[in-house]
Design a protein around this ligand. Sequence first.
Ligand SMILES: O=C(O)CCC(=O)C(=O)O
Length: 391
Amino acid sequence: MNPIDCKRSIEACAAHYGDESEAVRQYMYDGLARAEAIPNRGPILFTAEGRLAPEIRSAYSEYGFYIFEDVVGEREMGDILADLRGLRARFPTHPGSELDAEGRPALGVGLRGPGLAWAKSLGDPLGGTQAAGGRHKVKVRELEAAADAPAEAPFILFGSLQFSDAALRLYGQPDLLRVAAEINGDDFAPFTDVLFIKDPGRGAAVSWHQDGDTHWNAPDLDEDTHGFNFMAQVYGSTPVNGVWVLPGSHRQGQLDVAELVKNAGTERLPEAVPLVCNPGEVVICNRQLVHGSFPNAGFEPRLTINFGFHRRKSVLDVQGTGVHSPVKVYDDATIARRTRALGFAIEARRLQYPDETPYEYRPFAERGETFEWNESARTELCDYNLLDLSI
Ligand SMILES: O=C(O)CCC(=O)C(=O)O
């Protein structure tokens, strides 16, 4: 499949930057070329012994991300798009509203956990603030949205598995879970699950940062200590609307992102590359990578179904930092409770795709834990993200 043609969007985006527009245009085209030169994309492949193909493992280790092609097929994508239409119809009419456009109780109303977060159209709500433990050190340039854009637009939907059966089923995708087991061990633990919503002309920036809070000074810190996110692309992603990453930075420990920007003399970090994806591709993205996204001033939407996994030893008996869920020590029972979402996901997927071999998660087998996907499971899933393993 050819990559999305985003030339018009690059021009439109660059035009927002006034006297920096030529620099922005050049950065986007150079970024595209740098991304293309990195050998880190292809289908998910396993060896005859069932291990992740070593070239995928080593490319992921070297660059900190890998783009899996053709993960979400036509049927599944149809389900996802239908779900997203339904979800969006249930969004609150505006921040603070409890009603959707049809006057019904809006999505997330009545839940204790976070639901939909809004952000100023083409703004940068996180950069230079104390949000998420102050990890977004630098504010990237906010852009002027068109007069007909809303002051605030949907930005992040937290706890997405409780709102979308299609997202839940993707969470149970067997090949992705085999990848998770390969990277984090077959007793891997969950992290958090969200939708990043970057509507054209509206979607806000997520300024440069590294995820991860707890283990930067640990003597045994390594490149996989703070886990990874899968980023499934519904509409694809481009330099204009997508996440940019600094390849290899996940192996360099905690970096001073403000210093990187200062030294570069620009928010456009010179070595960064955009995650360029077609619809249905899924990026595995190391949380320790320096990464971020600019306001989406182009014409293509981006919607990322984000879901992450950790090594068990990175979360077991560790006190979370409160970024994604209330502060808590993650004992074995807490991890087991949070992992029940995975059991529901695998079962929901099995019902939808009976011809596929479901993923067998070792801790469920060891505990003899079984799952049914029904109304009581759906109720149990409400507010599941209050137990996100936030490290
Ligand atoms: O999707 C984006 O724009 C930002 C993603 C991100 O920062 C993350 O997943 O940690």
